[in-house]
Write a protein that binds this ligand. Structure first.
Ligand SMILES: CC(C)(COP(=O)(O)OP(=O)(O)OC[C@H]1O[C@@H](n2cnc3c(N)ncnc32)[C@H](O)[C@@H]1OP(=O)(O)O)[C@@H](O)C(=O)NCCC(=O)NCCS
Length: 194
């Protein structure tokens, strides 16, 4: 695994968004992400609400708030929860790698259903990857998504990720895509291809 694990910035702002650490007021939104059938359509299906609520009752927000590279995407004006964005390391135990040792940076994104289709995931991911490119040495960043997850693949492509191939996991075909971290250095969150 590479040195300098992941992004350390605690807050990143864009025109419309604030990427920040999670706090207690985000719990309802986080529960919604885990239990919404549309959000979870390509992520193994919705989790039972009771199980998710129990998790937050037992662990509070800190399990998410303290995770390196894990951010809440919030509305810049109202601070309302929109989704989550994570830049962490893909465990060498999982399939889907572009280096022999594994542990590459991996991007993942989840937005509340009501906020899809406005370019918000693109804006958030661009800002996060640009911040990471300013902090970390150049290295590959992975995006792994079910091949059937058209919105996610489209977003990865718009961000500049290149498809490397596919593999089977969780009873579904997964697409592995990769980008060079430093390709995001000069990227503006509002200037991506539409
Ligand atoms: C994957 C996911 C984050 C994509 O969300 P999204 O809103 O479609 O993604 P983007 O931010 O790229 O927005 C693109 C859409 O916004 C539109 N848009 C509107 N204003 C825009 C702007 N200012 N800039 C860019 N796009 C804009 C685009 O035209 C595009 O619309 P279309 O989908 O009708 O073609 C979302 O579908 C999701 O949360 N899915 C469930 C979780 C999941 O499967 N995650 C992937 C595995 S990690």
């Amino acid at each position: 695994m590479n040195a300098l694990l992941t992004l350390s910035a605690t807050e990143i702002t864009t025109n419309r968004l604030r990427l920040r650490k999670a706090h207690d007021a985000d719990i309802d939104g986080l529960i919604e992400l885990q239990t919404d059938p549309q959000v979870r359509a390509h992520l193994g299906g919705p989790r039972p609400r009771g199980v998710v609520e129990q998790y937050f009752d037992a662990n509070g927000i800190s399990a998410i708030a303290d995770k390196p590279g894990t951010y809440v995407i919030a509305d810049e004006e109202t601070d309302q929860f929109i989704g989550t964005l994570v830049l962490d390391r893909r465990s060498a135990d999982l399939p889907g790698h572009v280096t022999e040792e594994g542990g590459e940076l991996e991007l993942s994104y989840l937005l509340r259903r009501g906020r899809w289709g406005a370019g918000l995931a693109f804006e958030a991911a661009t800002a996060m990857l640009r911040a990471a490119a300013g902090e970390l040495p150049d290295q590959p960043v992975l995006a792994v998504t079910q091949t059937a997850n058209e919105r996610s693949l489209k977003l990865a492509t718009r961000l500049g990720f290149q498809r490397m191939g596919t593999f089977e996991a969780y009873d579904a075909e997964q697409t592995l895509a990769v980008a060079d971290l430093h390709s995001f250095k000069a990227r503006s969150p509002m200037s991506g291809p539409r």
